[in-house]
Design a protein. Structure first.
Length: 118
């Protein structure tokens, strides 16, 4: 059974940094795009950053220059380095992966809370 497990959330003051990690496990033949989404209470889930298998990246305007997405195709892991955090970055962050497996498809992590205090 394929799973994505996230780690690295927490509480930080404004201006601080956090690094989120996401690891895929199970019988995996490869991972296409990986992405990080976030959802604040009462708001829709939004794409924060994504990275293709070849390393092409996309960032939401609100995080450009502050967040960096990366991945390790051998270890089937993804990371989101978040610097200069702002209170408006407070949200539950979810890892997403388009995974090549026996069943295939999009998989989601369980979510990790990021809280930035002002």
């Amino acid at each position: 059974q394929v799973q994505l497990v996230e780690s690295g959330g927490g509480l930080v003051p404004a201006g601080g940094s956090l690094r989120l990690s996401c690891k895929a496990s199970g019988i995996i033949f490869g991972i296409d795009a990986m992405g990080w989404y976030r959802q604040a209470p009462g708001k829709q889930r939004e794409l924060v950053a994504s990275i293709s298998s070849g390393g092409n990246t996309f960032y939401a305007e609100s995080v450009k220059g502050r967040f960096t997405i990366s991945r390790d195709n051998i270890k089937n892991t993804g990371n989101l380095q978040m610097n200069s955090l702002k209170p408006e970055d407070t949200s539950v962050y979810y890892c997403n992966g388009r995974i090549k497996s026996i069943s295939g498809g999009d998989y989601w992590g369980q979510g990790t809370q990021v809280t930035v205090s002002s």
